[in-house]
Design a protein around this ligand. Structure first.
Ligand SMILES: [Zn+2]
Length: 160
């Protein structure tokens, strides 16, 4: 049993506070499908999987087809082009920093897939010019800078 804090204790800083920055290191397994997808990005390729039962092609790749409930282990190299399925214009970053030049996160439907795509950024275009169904193409980091991450693609830009 302790002593309850009162509002005044906090306002007058009678409460001891300690700034602590934990040194936490962590790792995780990507899994078979996402691991191969990330290695593809490092090589400058977008890889998906195709279900041999229904023909559906998806990205990010999966090892099963949720339409058929069957294995989906046929790998396909996809084009780095697609369409903007939806987008937003954000003046606040993920870490809540305000920005004057907005970020434009979008769901990109990658060509040759069946209702499948991923979230990424739109760039190289004025926010007011972005449209749903706009055709876009990946802008990649230089090969020497790629790490096997979705950010190996800098952004998607309108296809000219
Ligand atoms: Zn299927």
């Amino acid at each position: 049993m302790g002593t309850s804090l009162k509002e005044d204790d906090i306002e007058r800083q009678k409460v001891l506070t300690v700034a602590y920055r934990p040194k936490v290191k962590y790792a995780w397994a990507t899994g078979i499908a996402i691991g191969r997808f990330l290695m593809g990005l490092r090589a400058g390729e977008i890889l998906g999987t195709k279900c041999e039962h229904c023909g559906r092609v998806v990205v990010p790749p999966r090892t099963f087809c949720e339409w058929c409930f069957k294995e989906s282990n046929t790998w396909v190299k996809l084009p780095d082009t697609g369409i903007v399925n939806t987008f937003s214009i954000c003046y606040i970053t993920a870490d809540t920093t305000r920005v004057k030049t907005p970020l434009i996160p979008a769901v990109i439907g990658i060509d040759s897939t069946t209702n499948a795509g991923f979230l990424h950024l739109i760039g190289g275009v004025k926010p007011e010019d972005v449209r749903i169904d706009m055709r876009v193409k990946a802008v990649w980091l230089d090969a020497s800078e790629r790490k096997g991450s979705i950010t190996d693609i800098k952004y998607f830009t309108p296809l000219k």
